[in-house]
Design a binder for this molecule. Structure first.
Ligand SMILES: [Zn+2]
Length: 442
């Protein structure tokens, strides 16, 4: 396995130097333009299916939609049950080709939004922006995969041993049922491309791919006190809620002493009746990890803090920290993929894009000229790329979905003029990787 990854690295490095001055593939770019309206239709079809992480009926509809699309593209489709048994599981499509490359494309079907969100935030278009809940994160990613595969099918591209497409349904809640499956399938591939959105150009200045993402974790604080009648015998109680409040204040800034860690208390729960001194209270916090050694250090520091004498005597406090999603670090091999992506974006300059592709851009055609691709070193948002890369075997790149903004917030949108470049990027990248995998193994 080690030999295999070394071979893959050499191959990728060779590939980038070969492609640095590649000319634009005009037929492919024309085909990408012709595909734009179909991608917009896919976005409409998916955004109008609400699919929050706990919306089982909505996720079942999304899964069915994705299965049908993959089948129409020629994939052998199966549903992989989630490790925790939660429906609908993961949708997996397998394409078998005639080349050497083993590649996997991943995105997620769930969103952060509650049922009924479409009533207040309907799908609609305003100039270059297409709005809708989950349109960037991550239905834009799924639409990019479908659009690119359609392009490649039209081109008759088969230059891969196996191409796997994998969509999970629980990314937004930390991938509890899919993370290990993504990791295991990742280890069977040479390259994994992940389709989370990249920030909108109107926000970030240019489109991007992502080389790293924080890991996520959950911290839990539990206080055991003693319940008693709040009116008749409050002095017999040991108020767990009051102690919890003090512990939250004492611990809230501890993470600042641990490099690469971020922590915020986000949920709390205590008591069951107004007239009872609560005997038990608990709080949960969100943890972001940018240093693999950070979680152990943070937990040790939190334990030291909570072991100090309590504000409410005779209460017991325990604190735990679970790592939910590993960090994603693209490393040298992911960087090689990112540089390939950058060189492909370099082929997209004003001269070979039609006037149509510059519509509604601030500055018009000039803003589109010499299409930049930023390589973003890291984000505090978590991603499935961390699971995909966890075996250390595949080269992994994140952020290949559409450019957009407002995810996990309000008025989420994608930029329409990112569709064609993103279709061109994925299909050119796959063609390049497939052809060089053949050369490298001959
Ligand atoms: Zn996402």
């Amino acid at each position: 396995m080690r030999v295999k990854s070394l071979a893959c690295t050499t191959l990728l490095v060779a590939m980038v130097s070969l492609s640095a001055f590649a000319a634009t593939d005009h037929p492919l770019l024309d085909a990408a333009r012709a595909q734009e309206s179909a991608v917009i239709q896919s976005l409409h079809d998916m955004v109008t299916i609400e699919s929050g992480s706990d919306d089982h009926a909505g996720l079942a509809k999304m899964a069915k939609y994705c299965e049908d699309r993959l089948r129409a593209l020629g994939a052998k489709v199966e549903v992989v049950p989630a490790a925790n048994g939660k429906p609908p599981g993961l949708v997996k499509g397998i394409f078998t080709g005639t080349g050497k490359l083993r590649i996997m494309l991943i995105a997620h079907m769930d969103t952060v939004y509650r049922e009924g969100i479409l009533k207040t935030e309907p799908y609609h278009r305003d100039g270059n922006k297409l709005f809708g809940p989950g349109i960037a994160d991550d239905k834009g990613g799924i639409a990019t995969i479908f659009g690119s595969l359609e392009l490649l099918k039209q081109q008759g591209w088969k230059d891969y041993a196996q191409l796997t497409v994998l969509f999970d349904a629980d990314e937004e809640i930390g991938s509890p049922g899919s993370g290990a499956i993504i990791g295991a399938l990742g280890s069977e591939n040479d390259v994994v491309l992940s389709y989370e959105p990249s920030p909108a150009k109107v926000v970030a200045g240019s489109e991007a791919v992502l080389l790293g993402a924080a890991g996520t974790g959950a911290v839990k604080l539990e206080v055991q006190g003693r319940a008693s009648h709040a009116g008749a015998a409050p002095e017999e109680g040991r108020n767990a809620l009051v102690e919890l409040a003090d512990q939250i204040l004492k611990t809230r800034d501890v993470y600042k002493t641990v490099p690469g860690m971020q922590m915020n208390w986000t949920m709390a729960n205590a008591g069951g009746a107004r007239n009872q001194i609560p005997g038990h209270a608990e709080a949960t916090g969100d943890v972001r990890i940018s240093d693999p050694a950070g979680p152990d250090k943070l937990l040790a520091a939190l334990k030291a803090k909570t072991a100090e004498p309590p504000l409410v005597p005779d209460t017991t406090t325990t604190i735990t920290l679970d790592v939910l999603r590993p960090m994603f670090v693209a490393g040298d091999r992911g960087m090689t993929l990112a540089k390939l992506a950058q060189s492909i974006y370099g082929e997209l300059h004003a001269g070979n894009l039609s006037v149509d592709d510059t519509r509604d851009m601030p500055g018009g055609a000039m803003a589109f000229s010499g299409r930049n691709l930023m390589l973003v070193p890291g984000t505090t948002g978590g991603t499935d790329a961390g699971f995909a890369a966890s075996s250390g075997k595949p080269a992994v790149l994140e952020g290949l979905g559409l450019a957009g903004w407002g995810y996990h917030a309000k008025n989420e949108y994608i930029e329409v003029d990112s569709i064609v470049p993103r279709l061109y990027l994925t299909s050119r990248m796959l063609i390049e990787l497939g052809s060089k995998a053949d050369v490298g193994t001959r």
